[in-house]
Design a protein. Structure first.
Length: 112
């Protein structure tokens, strides 16, 4: 499990928009052992793997400026999320992007 508020990335700091929160196919056991994570999760927590589980608005992002929250990680960009909404049911998603295919109109399309 990874906390999606923190990410190593090279994206521009002015990016904003809706994010799909996804449980990856592997579990980050190191993260699950962190005190802040254990405190935030219910005792009966079961990791979700390979499914989309929520949506959230990315409202800001800044370079590492120290420990701005208990989730802050040194050397990472800090993502600021709001309006986090769990999905009513998880949606199977492998996390991989399929290659574009040629549509009827000649434009590239992506299969969802």
């Amino acid at each position: 499990m990874k906390h999606h508020g923190l990410r190593k990335c090279s994206a521009a700091l002015d990016k904003r928009g809706t994010l799909l929160i996804h449980g990856g196919l592997t579990i980050d056991k190191r993260a699950l052992a962190l005190p802040a994570v254990r405190e935030a999760l219910p005792d009966d927590y079961e990791p979700v793997q390979g499914h989309a589980i929520a949506v959230a608005d990315l409202t800001g992002m800044h370079a590492d400026d120290g420990e701005c929250t208990r989730w802050s990680e040194s050397g990472c960009f800090h993502w600021e999320l709001s309006n986090v909404q769990p999905l009513r049911g998880s949606v199977r998603a492998t996390g991989s992007q399929p290659p574009p295919r040629q549509g009827r109109g000649g434009a590239d399309e992506h299969r969802l």
